[in-house]
Write a protein that binds this ligand. Sequence first.
Ligand SMILES: [Zn+2]
Length: 371
Amino acid sequence: MSDITSGFDFEQWVPAKGYRWCSWKELGVTAVWGGDDRDPVREAAGPGSGGSDRWVLILDVSTEDEWLDRVAVSLAGRPALYREFAELDPTDIEALAKFANANGELGLWHRAYCDPRGAAKKLYGASKDDNDPFTGQTSTSVTCESRDVWAQQVASLRTACEVYDLLASSDPKRVKRHLQWRPTPFVGERASTHLPAEGWYFDTHPDLPSEAEVPGRDARFVNCGSRDSRFDDPVEVAWTWLLGTINERLAKAVSPVLARQDGRTVQRLAPRTLLAALWSQLHGAIMGGKTYTRCASCNRLIEVATNLAKGRTVRAAFCGDACRVTAYRKRKARAVELSEKGMTPKQIADEVGSDADTVKGWIKQSKWGKN
Ligand SMILES: [Zn+2]
């Protein structure tokens, strides 16, 4: 394969004090405004909306010293971070804050316009003579990221990962189950129904009846394109949708850069934001034919190259030697325990996933007092 890109890296600053979710109420937010063309936010606090269920992520910093006390976080050596992001529970704001504290903001910055007498004026970087774009009134504004936007981004990357995993499974039947042509027309207003219009849809839960809502997912059906005679194969529909989605995400957010590496000139991707970097990781996973599994000991995500995974006995995979050793010790201890209960080496071997001779060796060792 001609290696057009040799990976990328992304680095940004995270203050030691980190980030914090504030409710609109706490900061006296009257409006959130701005963002790029793709993810603009224009929300005003309406009458009666106390703002207690709307949240913004802000830098938890009030002085320049606190802002300068920071560390550079990098994606180097963490090629599956996009998977961790896609698996976040968007309703768990503590988990989202933890992700931000470890990796920084997504880079979808908005402006929160706040009550000038409220808590916002004490925040570092607050602009004290701004105007609420809806009411025109004097306002204190701060940079923030919106909770709703975070939730949308998690959902969007999650869907892309699910479609990719489906395609990476190389099982056309599974693809067909999730990717269906649905002739259901819109019912009433677009926003008032989750039933899709006619088109190709990726169904996250094909085993449920089509009217069933899925908790924690705002879109069970993701439109993957309308009728087009060129695409009557679900696998091609899914690929076209996935690549189109990634291309759209990378457009204007990632640029090629030239760099010297080991005496040669190479091209890398330079993402402008953490979010673009996460989508670049998915881009890299597709180019590298990567699939994922979980460490059998600590449950961390680990990469598997597709070509290696195929046609081999699936063995327990570990993220590193520490977990491999831990798991080995556990199996050994379990084998000895089962032997003391009177199970035969063969039975034990089946139970712990080993062979009878190995189990006999472990039991012998334990009797000798070695471990
Ligand atoms: Zn592990």
